[in-house]
Design a protein around this ligand. Structure first.
Ligand SMILES: Cc1cc2nc3c(=O)[nH]c(=O)nc-3n(C[C@H](O)[C@H](O)[C@H](O)COP(=O)(O)O)c2cc1C
Length: 321
């Protein structure tokens, strides 16, 4: 997820049970590869496990070059983005807008698969609008042209993030193709994960927003799938230590000034349920100094230690989303 799954967050999710994490998308336009933002997105130093890098664009040749560039930079899987509905991406006919042009989808896939000797995976939506749910056709094109795994977000491009994700199209795609299908959309709890897995018959699940502020979701899902038991919520000590470490890693990765800005949204997600009146977050968001951010968070949790732990943890780990 652009702006979210940076290296510190990917490492944290991996540690807490994610089987595979994917980089923020990188543009296939070589003119932007040299920017600080792109360089940070390409940074995989110290990352454990398989490195999957997502690329976005619409020109088959540029996409092929971007794939080669990223493999040379350490990508072990190249993921093609045909799922992003953002205007900035779509006005160049990339992301999910490509679903309107199946012949171009085929050309992009063929060019990228031919260009690299690592697995190429694809991320799509169910179609470009509810009248045109052509995910099945795209899945077939993907399979026929060498895509090794297909992630499907259960919304159309036109849906953006509105309404609920639907899983019937994902189920139909899973039944129609033999490559692994990954179900995605609105999975925010272990119980929902089990339901989506069983309903769609998918081979794996992809979690996006459900991990924001709650990276424990991965181990919770694993535990529930393996035992049928709901794992106990993380203790307040664990929430505090994971959040403080996450924020410190963000500071280190981006440097103090940018790191402080990026840390704010993560802290906002972690504390959304607990700090409902935003009293702490308003104060926290005004802090420009990395050390002070950590000090304020430490004080916040120290103060909480005096409060009934159960109510805090329950609120913190039961996101309404
Ligand atoms: C802030 C944000 C950034 C995203 N960036 C990307 C992206 O770069 N590539 C991509 O394939 N999907 C991206 N997505 C879509 C998610 O990967 C996912 O498909 C979608 O949020 C639905 O899953 P969820 O309900 O688990 O979040 C993004 C979503 C959000 C909210």
């Amino acid at each position: 997820m652009a702006g979210v799954t940076d290296r510190p967050f990917r490492q944290l999710c991996k540690r807490l049970g994610a089987g595979l994490v994917v980089s923020e998308m990188l543009s296939s336009n070589p003119r932007v590869w040299d920017t600080e933002k792109s360089k940070q997105r390409m940074d995989h130093e110290g990352e454990e496990g398989v490195r999957s890098v997502q690329i976005a664009g619409s020109d088959p040749e540029l996409m092929a070059q971007a794939a080669q560039f990223n493999v040379a930079n350490g990508a072990q899987i190249v993921d093609i983005n045909m799922g992003c509905p953002a205007k900035k991406v779509n006005k160049k006919l990339a992301g999910s807008a490509l679903l309107q042009d199946p012949p171009l989808v085929e050309k992009i896939i063929q060019a990228v698969v031919k260009a690299v000797n690592v697995p190429v995976t694809l991320k799509i939506r169910t179609g470009w609008n509810v009248e045109n749910r052509n995910g099945l056709l795209i899945a077939q094109i993907a399979q026929d042209n060498g895509i090794q795994s297909l992630a499907v977000h259960g919304r159309t491009k036109a849906c953006m993030y509105k309404g609920n994700a639907e899983y019937d199209t994902i189920k139909a795609i899973k039944q129609a193709v033999s490559i692994p299908v990954v179900a995605n959309g609105d999975i925010t709890s272990a119980q929902k994960a089990k339901h989506v897995l069983e309903y769609t018959g998918a081979d794996a699940l992809m979690i996006g927003r459900g991990a924001q502020g709650h990276p424990w979701i991965f181990r919770e899902i694993l535990h529930y799938l393996q035992t049928g038991q709901v794992l106990a919520a993380p203790s307040i000590d664990e929430v505090s230590s994971v959040l403080l470490e996450h924020v410190a890693n963000v500071h280190q990765f981006y440097g103090g000034i940018k790191g402080c800005r990026i840390a704010r949204k993560h802290v906002g997600w972690y504390l959304a349920e607990h700090d409902q009146q935003k009293l702490f977050r308003i104060k926290f968001n005004a802090i420009e100094d990395a050390g002070q951010q950590l000090d304020e968070l430490t004080m916040y949790f120290d103060k909480l230690a005096g409060e009934p732990v159960l109510s805090f943890v329950t609120e913190l780990v039961s996101p309404a989303a």
